[in-house]
Unconditional design. Structure first.
Length: 66
């Protein structure tokens, strides 16, 4: 979702395991500092917040056996 979207609603519809954080840095649209996004996910549980902000992207970037 874009930062203007309701992250809680997106997580409810899609599931926290299907949502990731992306800053689109260095573009000026969006939040001035990516860490401001942490306040936007304060309504999520600790587990869902960890998925959205860290674990989901880790799962996409980890090396897998061929």
């Amino acid at each position: 979702p874009f930062w203007e979207d309701d992250v809680d609603e997106v997580v409810e519809i899609m599931g926290a395991d299907h949502v990731i954080f992306g800053s689109d840095w260095p573009h000026v649209e969006g939040m001035p500092t990516p860490l401001d996004y942490v306040a936007e996910v304060k309504g999520l549980s600790d587990d869902d917040r960890r998925l959205v902000l860290r674990d989901n992207v880790r799962g996409l970037t980890e090396l897998r056996p061929v």
